[in-house]
Design a protein around this ligand. Structure first.
Ligand code: AMP
Length: 216
């Protein structure tokens, strides 16, 4: 299946992707993760993107579309994918539609994650990820399980907070979402692909609602 997860920062797209990828045998493609890998590796793209990301703004559409085109050409994406955090603007959505039309594999479904905006700041400020395996936890809602994940590799997960998860940058990211990304709800509603999911509450219950929204 070719799926887009659409929703504000902190709405749970990444967490739910992690829960669904094994079951569906498709990769999660997060443009935020791809960008953070560039930053970590010190590539030219990463150097350009870092300041933009730290300020809570969006990286330019051409850079993002080039990065996604390359990632979608990898063999593991042939059976489908969950796009997490992409597209984030109307030009990105149009670019994606064209890219997929060119290979004759259009999107199957767009899931909108709906969360009360008041909850988002709390969720994001509690977010921590394991420096070694990348798994995401939340000090409020999803503490590190015992035994730890990663088949024991991360016996003591080294939890870090993303530099853009601080309160000031989060406020900026949420306003950028409202201005530039929320219009995609109307864009995808018009295509008939959009399903809305209430994304608050128990993780497993949200997963069940997402699965129901993905059913044919
Ligand atoms: P995320 O991990 O999805 O919250 O993304 C972190 C940051 O990376 C965002 O605040 C943006 O600066 C940048 N970013 C990620 N995905 C995109 C995208 N599709 N378009 C533009 N910027 C993006």
């Amino acid at each position: 299946m070719r799926i887009v997860f659409l929703g504000a920062p902190g709405s749970g797209k990444g967490t739910q992707s992690q829960r669904l990828i094994e079951r569906h045998g498709i990769p999660q493609i997060s443009t935020g993760d791809l960008l953070r890998a560039h930053v970590k590796d010190g590539t030219e793209l990463g150097r350009r993107a870092k300041a933009v990301m730290d300020s809570g703004q969006l990286v330019d559409d051409a850079t993002i579309l080039g990065m996604v085109r390359e990632r979608l050409a990898a063999p593991d994406a042939a059976r489908g994918f969950i796009l997490d955090g992409f597209p984030r603007t109307i030009p990105q959505a149009e670019g994606l539609a064209k890219m997929l039309a060119d290979i004759g594999r259009p999107l199957d479904r767009v899931i909108e994650f709906r969360v009360d905006p008041k909850l988002l700041v709390q969720r994001i400020s509690g977010r921590r990820s394991c420096q070694d395996c990348g798994r995401v936890f939340n000090v409020h809602t999803a503490p590190v399980p015992v035994p730890p994940p990663c088949g024991g590799q991360c016996t003591t997960p080294r939890l870090v907070q993303r530099p853009d998860d601080n309160e000031a940058t989060v406020a900026k990211r949420l306003s950028v979402y409202e201005e530039q990304t929320a219009p995609l709800v109307g864009f995808y509603a018009a295509t008939g692909l959009l399903r809305k999911v209430e994304a608050e509450g128990d993780l497993a219950a949200v997963t069940a609602r997402v699965e129901a929204a993905l059913a044919p």
